[in-house]
Design a protein. Structure first.
Lengths: 496, 443
């Protein structure tokens, strides 16, 4: 069944390519159906998987015996949830591009489907060589998506994306090879490699190389340079996939492999990771406040939110780790939805410059409502999944590093500033033209509504998500919203 | 020479016979038949080497060793040479003969363990190539490229000759098992010169200047040959020297890795600014020459080096098979919309560039992993960093020439040259090989 999770989007992409120019509706429909089916299949496996072993599902077949490589896929709840998320956001991307993309449809949907397929491979691979293969396989379709279908200096931005991620990937490859060279038997299986004891110094060196790819993808400052450009110039579907799926592969890589393969180093480097996370949260929030382009603003908020995820991932507190898991999903929902909205706006007005937008509440009330809701999610309004994620991270971090927690909480203040700015310049205010805009159509409303349900659902009932992903299967059950918020200041700002 | 020596060298002898027969046939028949004769000879020799693959290593005096890597190299040269011949169109008949002779040189070089064998076979590789590059000699660019190659080949030949003489003076022997004089300046200088001569044939700095010009102006198949078969012998000879510890430590531990790193970074940097796709392939070749030298330095089985040669060879020959259909000075504009207009050609070009860039699922990706694996195993972190930088920059060069293929076809499409059935079949085989090497890399 896990193979089907990969094959569905892979073959769906090929079918869409075949339908291509002659039957545009078929190409869109096939890609949408395949991706939605992928998502549904992931959820089915998640709901019905019999967990008699450590995994809900597993596939293990020899690939190249001489090299010690196996086609080994494993899935726990977290991986399956991320796989469903990828499929769902891919389908959302297809919906969002219904009117935006009119040429080279086959190629476009191939790129969307294959990006999703490769990302699902990343979430499932247990063999490190297989993992690297999927990791690198994400690059080419995502590059095509940005470079050929983007706006503005799309090719330049896409090249930036490519260089950063390729150089990061070399760190991953080199460290993996060194890891394998130091193991007793020739294997690339992550769980077998984890059994070889290594000195802390070696672990630190390897972890630094290994996580380079993930830190670039996440991204963490100062290696975030590719993200604002790529997000801004990508087509809507590209922005959705970048923010919702590709950034999550970086977070997932750290989340899954850093503590597994390098336990001592992960603990030793936790303060550095926390520092980078806090710096990212503050930097992303601060720079987002100064943006004029709505897409760029959302892109910088991604850096901020992924800073939270990084801070939570390396925290010794299970609470913070759970929060990082929730935040990964929450950010995927809210930022994809915002990109969907901005994309819809761009289709109608031809610009994402916030100075030229405005007055949406009168001109397109449904779009305005969408903006309002997801901007609230982005600033982690209580009741949204984003609030759960960020609150858990701050509470968890506070136990060991109160100063860092305070700084993270102040990043929340910044999020209020940029979210208000986004709203003020789009929903409220005077638009450049007073002509009424076509309001959100059925496709846009359906996508936004689905995401809104998820944001609210997991915001009010986070235990569903936590049970499904079980961010720390070994640790004590997590009681979300149990601890008091660390600082009165943060909650009061959030509520205001 | 004993009968056993002759038997071991049989495949090379078959190539020699094929070259003579093909040359005799030249005045009487067409390029197609000469090509067929030459290819049959090459493939026959390759099949012979395949048959002997299980046999043990055989030393031919001090000069050569016929072992498994040497036989694999012969098979590679036979297969690669035959594919090059299939792609060879619009060239004088004698070109086919010259390519077989050059392949013979590469075959000898790949088995060479003795300084004298290296010097003489290096000349055997490069001399016939001068004529092959010039092609019909009507084309001033091709003639110019041949001159540049001639001059640099002369410098390289002089360097190896002087290097071997110095090594002989310092060590008293040219066999690779000879003792290495520690800290002996003459030995270091001699070995450095020898390495420079080999690096010329690989297309690595400092004698790399011929590569972009030859790739741009030579008949495409000949350019492909210079990037695949012609360099293979020199690489194997270098790897043998390094493994036998026949090079003084300063050369083995400093000169060669620096050369590899410089080639990787320089090739990628030069490639960023190219407008002509053939020149871009030349810059890519310099960079891959660096990766190949890096693989030669790693203390890993020689089969890895041969796998890299196969993966790179399939990609670059496929790229040249497509380039041969486009105008000689073609750049990004001529590639525009190729996938839409000619899906086969466009797909092959995209696949070749993916493989050159080392992205999955292609032979180039497997080769890249293999190279980083070998370097990480040896702990050569500086070289890994250089290779990482080179791969990152290289990606830009490939993306710039890969992207237009996927774009909408422009209003005016350049005329594509037709290709014979053999060239089409060769391109199909090469595309298949790129995928196969990526999906199921042989252990």
């Amino acid at each position: 069944m896990l193979v089907a999770l990969l094959l569905l989007p892979f073959l769906g992409g090929l079918a869409a390519l075949g339908a291509g120019r002659r039957r545009p509706l078929v190409a869109r429909g096939v890609a949408f159906g395949a991706l939605l089916l992928t998502s549904a299949l992931g959820l089915t496996l998640l709901a019905g998987g019999a967990a008699d072993g450590p995994w809900l599902a597993e596939v293990d077949a020899p690939w190249s015996r001489g090299l010690g490589v196996r086609f080994h896929l494993v899935a726990d709840g977290f991986a399956l949830a991320l796989a469903s998320l990828s499929g769902g956001l891919g389908a959302l991307g297809v919906l969002a591009s219904w009117r935006e993309i009119q040429t080279r449809l086959g190629l476009f949907h191939l790129a969307v489907c294959w990006t999703v397929a490769a990302a699902i491979g990343v979430f499932l691979a247990a063999d490190l060589l297989l993992f690297i293969t999927f990791w690198e396989a994400m690059l080419a379709p995502a590059f095509v998506l940005i470079a050929l279908f983007g706006h503005g200096a799309a090719e330049r931005s896409a090249l930036k994306f490519l260089i950063y991620n390729q150089v990061g990937g070399i760190g991953l490859i080199a460290a993996t090879m060194a890891l394998v060279a130091g193991a007793e038997t020739l294997t690339f299986d992550a769980y077998a490699l984890a059994e070889t004891p290594r000195s802390p110094a070696v672990q630190v060196a390897l972890l630094l190389g290994f996580s380079l790819a993930f830190l670039v993808k996440l991204p963490v400052i100062p290696i975030h340079g590719w993200l604002p450009d790529a997000h801004t110039d990508a087509p809507t579907a590209g922005s959705i996939l970048l923010a919702g799926v590709l950034l999550k592969t970086g977070a997932y890589g750290l989340y899954r492999f850093a503590p597994l393969l390098f336990p001592d180093a992960a603990a030793a480097l936790a303060p550095a990771a926390l520092g980078l996370g806090v710096a990212g949260a503050l930097y992303g929030g601060l720079v987002a406040c100064g943006q004029r382009d709505a897409k760029r603003l959302i892109a910088y908020t991604s850096i901020g939110h992924m800073g939270f995820v990084l801070a939570g991932t390396f925290s010794p507190s299970p609470l913070a780790r759970a929060g990082a898991g929730v935040e990964m999903f929450a950010h995927a929902f809210s930022s994809s939805a915002l990109f969907l909205m901005v994309g819809a706006l761009r289709e109608r007005t031809g610009t994402t410059d916030m100075r030229a937008l405005g007055g949406l509440q009168a001109r397109a009330p449904r779009l305005a409502a969408g903006f309002g809701f997801f901007a609230a999610a982005a600033l982690a309004m209580p009741g949204t999944a984003n609030f759960i994620g960020e609150a858990l991270i701050i509470v968890g971090v506070f136990q060991d590093a109160p100063v860092a927690a305070v700084l993270l909480a102040s990043a929340l203040v910044l999020s209020v500033v940029y979210a208000t700015r986004l709203l003020r310049s789009t929903v409220f205010g005077e638009g450049a033209g007073e002509a009424p805009l076509a309001d959100a159509g059925r496709r846009e409303m359906a996508g936004a509504a689905a995401l809104a349900v998820l944001v609210l659902g997991f915001g009010l009932q986070p235990q569903i998500l936590l049970d499904a992903i079980r961010p720390d299967a070994s640790s004590a059950p997590v009681a979300p919203r149990a601890g008091p918020p660390p600082k009165g200041a943060s909650t009061s700002t959030v509520a205001s | 020479m004993t009968p056993a020596d002759l038997l071991a060298l049989g495949p090379l002898a078959a190539w020699g016979v094929a070259a003579v027969l093909a040359l005799l046939a030249c005045p009487f028949t067409s390029l197609g038949r000469v090509r067929a004769l030459a290819a049959a000879g090459l493939l026959g020799g390759g099949a012979w080497a395949w048959g002997q693959l299980g046999a043990g290593a055989h030393e031919v005096g001090d000069l050569l060793v016929v072992d498994r890597p040497a036989r694999l190299l012969w098979m590679y040269a036979a297969g690669g040479g035959a594919l090059v011949l299939a792609l060879l169109e619009d060239a004088p008949r004698e070109t086919a003969v010259l390519l077989v002779v050059s392949a013979l040189g590469a075959g000898v070089l790949g088995a060479a363990t003795h300084g004298a064998a290296i010097v003489s076979s290096l000349a055997l590789v490069s001399t016939p190539l001068i004529g092959a590059i010039a092609g019909r000699a009507r084309d001033a660019d091709a003639l110019g490229a041949a001159y540049i190659y001639l001059i640099l080949a002369g410098v390289a030949s002089a360097a190896t000759g002087l290097g071997v003489a110095l090594a002989l003076a310092a060590q008293g022997t040219l066999a690779s098992s000879g003792p290495v004089g520690q800290g002996d300046e003459a030995a270091v200088a001699g070995a450095t010169l020898l390495v420079l001569g080999l690096a010329f044939e690989v297309g690595a700095p400092p004698l790399h200047g011929w590569v972009p010009d030859v790739y741009r102006a030579a008949p495409p198949a000949v350019a492909g040959f210079s990037g695949t078969v012609a360099r293979s012998g020199a690489l194997l000879a270098l790897a043998r020297r390094l493994r036998a510890e026949a090079l003084p430590p300063p050369v083995a531990e400093l000169v060669v890795p620096v050369l590899a790193g410089a080639a990787v970074v320089l090739g990628a940097l030069l490639g960023l600014r190219q407008r002509s796709l053939r020149r871009m392939l030349g810059c890519s070749s310099i960079a891959h020459g660096g990766f190949l030298i890096a693989m030669a330095t790693a203390d890993a089985p020689l089969e890895g080096l041969l796998f890299y040669l196969c993966a790179y060879g399939a990609a670059v020959l496929a790229a040249f098979a497509v380039a041969a259909r486009l105008p000689p000075a073609a750049g990004r504009a001529e590639l525009r919309g190729l996938l839409g207009r000619r899906p086969g050609l466009g797909g092959a070009w995209a696949l070749a560039l993916l493989s050159l860039a080392g992205l999955p699922v292609t032979g180039g990706f497997a080769a890249k992993l293999l190279m980083f694996g070998a370097l990480a195993h040896d702990g050569q972190w500086a070289l890994i960093a250089a290779a990482g930088l080179g791969t990152g920059l290289g990606l830009v060069m490939y993306a710039r020439f890969g992207l237009p293929v996927l774009a909408d076809p422009g209003p005016e499409a350049p005329r594509l040259r037709g290709a014979g059935p053999w060239a089409r079949a060769a391109l199909f085989l090469l595309a298949l090989a790129i995928l196969w090497l990526g999906v199921a890399p042989p252990a």
